[in-house]
Write a protein that binds this ligand. Structure first.
Ligand code: URA
Length: 236
């Protein structure tokens, strides 16, 4: 049960003060009856505003095709955010919609967004070893011999990035072409793919995340998103 004015404010409809005005104006119903008490405790599924059921009262879980040039940060000084691609009301929710892990501004691909804080913690925890598949275009060709060496190094579990205390978890490298590498990681360190290749003398020219666990982008175009069931990763 949630307090009516708080519920509308938390779902991004309006401020609590405005919610009180909406109730007083008769715009809100609870189980089909016009609400007259903005402080009443209600079941979200019972509430309508202007005759419409509430917008995702139980929460949001979205799969976005992140385009290059957008940031996962909420700080507008870092560039246009991925959140601006969502409907305005979803951007006003509290708890707010945030990304599950981050992709760099210059990285495209599969990004999960949610307002379910426990899910963010669960899926970004190092304990939760969900495989993430990245495709990197490199600045130079990798010979088959060098590819074998790199694959062994990244899979070793002892490979260490500069300035990091712990070695990287074993990662799987497969070359799709002389300059196209597929790297599967089960962790998400800062700029990890770029830093792993840079440590071996390669620059990542383009980077795209193709897969997160069992999830893929399907035919989503850059900038588009689709909804996932909230229990997609089991109950939170
Ligand atoms: N590794 C990177 O270097 N960048 C990303 O955006 C994701 C993984």
């Amino acid at each position: 049960m949630r307090r009516l004015d708080q519920l509308l404010a938390n779902l991004g409809y309006c401020s609590r003060r405005e919610a009180r005005g909406w109730v007083e104006a008769g715009a809100v119903t609870v189980r089909g009856e016009v609400a007259d008490d903005f402080s009443a405790k209600v079941v979200p599924a019972d509430v309508c505003v202007d005759g419409e059921p509430l917008d995702h009262p139980d929460g949001l879980l979205l799969l976005l095709h992140k385009p290059v040039g957008r940031v996962c940060s909420h700080d507008g000084r870092e560039g246009p955010g991925v959140y601006d691609l969502l409907p305005p009301r979803w951007r006003q929710r509290n708890p707010g919609v945030t990304s599950i892990g981050r992709l760099d501004k210059d990285t495209s691909g599969l990004l999960l967004l949610t307002d379910q804080t426990p899910l963010v913690h669960r899926l970004t925890s190092p304990k939760h070893k969900v495989p993430k598949v990245y495709v990197a275009t490199l600045n130079a060709e990798v010979t088959p011999e060098r590819a074998t060496e790199l694959a062994a190094l990244f899979a070793s579990g002892t490979f260490q990035l500069a300035d990091e205390k712990e070695p990287c978890a074993p990662a799987t490298l497969r070359m799709r072409g002389p300059r196209e590498a597929e790297l599967t990681l089960t962790e998400g360190r800062y700029h990890q793919v770029r830093r792993m290749f840079a440590s071996q003398g390669f620059e990542v020219v383009t980077l795209h995340r193709e897969r997160f666990g069992e999830l893929t982008l399907g035919d989503l175009a850059p900038g588009q998103w689709r909804e996932l069931p909230l229990d997609c990763f089991g109950s939170v």
